[in-house]
Design a protein. Sequence first.
Length: 185
Amino acid sequence: GVLDVRALVGEGNGSWQVPLATEISEYGVVAEHVVRVQGPDVELGWNVPGDEHGRWELVVGDTRLPLTASGTYHLGTRKEPTELLLRQLPALPNRYSLEMAYPNPFNPTTTIRYSLKEEGRVSLRIYDVTGQVVRELAGSAQPAGAYQVEWDGRNNAGQPVGSGVYFYELRTDQFRAMNKMLLVK
């Protein structure tokens, strides 16, 4: 349940453990840990275990460094303490999925969650019982990951729709799924 972090400071080693988070924030970042460095010729290094590849990144100013396998990053001399962020990211899904809307039945809003195994073009649409598109909630390329979208019971023109059964469909190049929900007013 922790990530072991070690630092070489002068002639000695410093070590601490970073607790692993289990909750995903609304921005997709699980946890952020502040690291401060200072000194002559600062160089960062890492050796990430295979099961953690793609789950960590180091943020240095505007630079994001994905921490996979092993590597180094040269910061140079830091006379003043420099703040870095060590971010734990959510694990990427290993399959595509479209979950049941929650709540269902709903009024006035419901949340639709889905997972993408790979990056690609995504379409998430709401249909009425006649098969007409009521609302498009997603229609662009998205990276692999877990997503949630809220539907407020309105059509593409922003007008409230009536009570009844609606279908929502997730489409990618490799996946298609549809579920139904009930809007009760």
